[in-house]
Design a protein around this ligand. Structure first.
Ligand code: NAD
Length: 377
């Protein structure tokens, strides 16, 4: 049974869904691996690396594949030429991909979306949202440190003392906590805020100061945040404004599942920041936490340079690919049945398993994921 690894076609995408050092794990499960020519180039994995790891490298890896893995959804042109019954595994933002989901259904493909893998303990090793958020959070901290024209750490020298940078992080989920940890390692003084009560303890455990606002917390289901009312959003901005004004660097990572990113910082708040300050908005692509941030650009607002994130995990393509590929291997392992006297085994997703059931978008000519089916049909 063959697993095909697609070359990504999204402009600017540097990641690849499988890395040479993990090919052997798939081979040990009984698969052969075919990698599209040049698939790993931008993540610094050459065709030769894949070949040496035991993969076949080919311009057309799809023929006879039982499963095609990629980071971004496959192009519709590829989907339309895959034989009925082929499975695909990739990020697949179902809300924004109705035409593609309809194609996957109509072509009889079995598709799995990495962002739909349930966030339960057993699925942690398959959680690509978390692995990529970790990369993003680290990258945000490094960008802030690189853009700021001053030290992050305290420096006490014979020539005098240099005070540490003041960093504020808004949103302390997986990415925010990684940004906090990285800024702390670089020696900055970090304050952070999140609407979930549990986040305060996690912020403190990293040596940062949790910002406590006189507001109700907003826990939603599954450990995620709830959306704010307009009134609460306005009050939160008012209370956060002095913290933002004091910051040398502001990093925002707030998100609410299935919704646009919440606006946390107005243009006016950024205009109150000090000369030389920097703002890094990880959420710029999904609506922006900071008013005026533009994904993929650095814009000036008041005295601040505002960096808007665009496909941030892809900015560290090697490590992001390795983590993603490990998530894929773990999910494929879950979906692989060992052979016995009665059957040859191989790729056989068990839909009674909540991870398989939860992450499946289309199967057997129908849309398996109920919210998407209801939205499309
Ligand atoms: P996310 O990317 O959806 O959101 C990022 C953060 O933004 C969250 O912490 C959220 O609370 C925060 N936020 C939302 N609105 C905000 C606002 N108005 N102001 C400030 N902050 C705001 O979240 P995530 O990083 O994917 O994870 C969120 C939660 O899920 C965490 O509790 C995490 O521990 C949990 N989680 C569990 C698992 C698992 O069990 N397998 C895996 C990953 C994450």
């Amino acid at each position: 049974m063959k697993i095909a690894v697609a070359r990504e076609t999204r402009p600017g995408e540097g990641r690849v869904a499988m890395v040479p050092e993990l090919v052997e794990k798939l081979t040990r499960l009984g698969y052969t691996v075919a990698v599209e020519t040049g698939a790993g180039d931008l993540a610094q994995y050459s065709d030769q690396d894949y070949a040496e790891a035991g993969a076949e490298v080919s311009e057309d890896p799809y023929a006879d594949a039982v499963l095609v893995v990629s980071v971004n959804p496959l192009d519709r042109s590829v989907v339309r030429r895959l034989p009925e019954g082929t499975a695909t595994m990739s990020f697949l933002p179902v809300n924004q991909s109705h035409e593609l989901v309809a194609d996957l259904r109509d072509c009889g493909l079995t598709s799995f979306a990495m962002e739909l893998v349930p966030r339960i303990s057993r699925a942690q090793s398959m959680d690509a949202l978390s692995s990529q958020a970790l990369v993003s959070g680290y990258r945000c901290a490094i960008v802030a440190a690189g853009m700021l024209r001053r030290f992050f750490p305290l420096n006490m020298t014979a020539a005098g003392t240099v005070q540490p940078a003041q960093v504020v992080v808004l949103g302390a989920g997986v990415a925010g906590l990684q940004a906090i940890a990285t800024c702390k390692r670089l020696g900055a003084v970090v304050k952070a805020y999140d609407v979930r009560a549990a986040a305060a303890e996690e912020i403190a455990s990293l040596g940062a100061v949790p910002i406590k606002l006189d507001l109700e917390t907003l826990e939603g289901s599954g450990g995620y945040a709830r959306e704010m009312t307009e009134e609460r959003a306005a009050r939160q901005m008012e209370l956060l404004a002095p913290f933002v004004a004091d910051a040398d660097a502001l990093i925002t990572t707030a998100a609410v599942p299935g919704r646009q990113a919440p606006l946390l910082v107005t243009r006016e708040m950024v205009e109150q920041m000090k000369p030389g300050s920097v703002v890094v908005d990880l959420a710029a692509e999904s609506g922006g936490n900071v008013e005026g941030a533009v994904a993929g650009e650095v814009v000036r607002i008041g005295h601040a340079q505002v960096w808007g994130g665009a496909n941030v995990p892809s900015q560290l393509p090697g490590p992001a690919s390795k983590l993603y590929a490990q998530n894929i291997v773990n999910l494929v392992t879950l979906m692989t049945r060992a052979g016995d006297e009665e059957s040859a085994g191989g790729f056989a997703p068990d839909f009674a398993d909540e991870i398989v059931d939860g992450s499946c978008v289309t199967e057997g000519g129908r849309i398996h994921h109920k919210p998407t089916r209801e939205a499309i049909e």
